[in-house]
Design a protein around this ligand. Structure first.
Ligand SMILES: NC(=O)C1=CN([C@@H]2O[C@H](COP(=O)(O)OP(=O)(O)OC[C@H]3O[C@@H](n4cnc5c(N)ncnc54)[C@H](O)[C@@H]3O)[C@@H](O)[C@H]2O)[C@@H](O)CC1
Ligand SMILES: Nc1ncnc2c1ncn2[C@@H]1O[C@H](COP(=O)(O)OP(=O)(O)O)[C@@H](O)[C@H]1O
Ligand SMILES: [Mg+2]
Length: 282
């Protein structure tokens, strides 16, 4: 049996960096979130709002043209960049250097989006979080994994993980296969579930926050925005993954007495990020 390190409050307090009173938005991190497609702009909208609410100074979003007005209206604090295509992403272009990029939520798997992702990963050097369709496309093109910056963070749910590493026959086998995948590609694997495990090479962490209220659409998109935000705020990739997963689970634990399991939605996660942070200061 391999040792498993619990992610609890004392572990978090070793990694959490309280705000510097003299900070400003220009040094508080600029994150870029890339994703969305016709009918799934909500996913990247949730990710971008969660990114802001986790403390990033500036957040930009790259979406297909159908997402422009939606994001500008739903999250006015976010800056929006457009693809040339209306319904899905075909060519990822931006003229600044973000501190971190999160890619994949709601992005879809059109063949032109495959090409756009290929071009993007071949040139990108910015710290990266990859989720959802970003992972689905990579699992069909594993030779592209060599292009990723070291310690890129993957956030697969169970089905996405299976597409990446293949089937497993026990929990132990699943963990061993994920460790092998993490080591082979120098990645941090956030294995979402109940509970969520984080794997960084041979090291396994187990989160202690969160509950079944999170079993609702969009909570994974929120997590992507939160981890990307922390990465943009200069947390090391492993600390961004650990702190992001812990705070994300805590939002559901804080909300539960008011929402119950059934009426909790992904926006309730975002609404409780502030209280989750405040609980670290107590
Ligand atoms: N409002 C929005 O715009 C939303 C868009 N979304 C986007 O929709 C696209 C498809 O994502 P999905 O995850 O729905 O589809 P996937 O096909 O990737 O995964 C869902 C399938 O996996 C199965 N599954 C098995 N174990 C699971 C587990 N532990 N957790 C989750 N699923 C498990 C489900 O039963 C289902 O068959 C992604 O781009 C995603 O980002 C979703 O995030 C939902 C919200
Ligand atoms: N029963 C559960 N207990 C704790 N966490 C859960 C549970 N079900 C789902 N989650 C969490 O909710 C999130 C769901 O992510 P994901 O499946 O990607 O959703 P979506 O793609 O709809 O945003 C993950 O962080 C996962 O760990
Ligand atoms: Mg998801």
């Amino acid at each position: 049996m391999r040792p498993i390190l619990p992610i609890n409050k004392s572990e978090i307090l070793k990694r959490y960096k309280p705000i510097n009173p003299n900070t400003h938005k220009g040094i508080q991190g600029h994150a870029l979130l890339i994703g969305g497609s016709y009918g799934k702009i909500g996913a990247i909208s949730l990710a971008s709002k969660a990114c802001l609410k986790t403390g990033c100074g500036l957040v930009s979003v790259f979406v297909p043209r159908c997402g422009y007005k939606i994001i500008q209206t739903a999250v006015p604090e976010v800056m929006v960049l457009n693809d040339v295509s209306v319904k899905y992403i075909t060519r990822i272009v931006f003229d600044f250097v973000p501190n971190a990029i999160g890619i994949g939520p709601g992005m879809g798997q059109d063949i032109e989006t495959h090409t756009a992702l290929h071009r993007f990963v071949k040139t990108n050097k910015v710290p990266l979080v990859i989720d959802a369709d970003g992972l689905n496309i990579l699992s069909q093109n594993k030779q592209w994994l060599t292009f990723l910056p070291e310690k890129t963070i993957f956030t697969p749910h169970q089905k996405e993980l299976e597409r990446l590493i293949g089937q497993w026959d026990s929990i132990a086998d699943k963990i061993e296969k994920t460790i092998a995948f993490s080591k082979q590609n120098n990645l941090i694997m956030v294995m979402k579930g109940a509970p969520t495990f984080i794997i960084d090479g041979d090291t396994i962490y187990e989160n202690t926050t969160g509950n079944a209220a999170l079993a609702t659409a969009g909570t994974g998109d929120v997590l992507t925005g939160m981890i990307t935000s922390l990465l943009a705020q200069s947390y090391d990739p492993i600390d961004a993954a650990i702190l992001g997963v812990y705070l994300h689970g805590l939002t559901a634990d804080i909300a539960l007495p008011e929402t119950g399991y059934q009426s909790f939605i992904a926006s309730d996660c975002i609404a409780n990020i502030g209280k989750a942070y405040l609980s670290l200061e107590k």
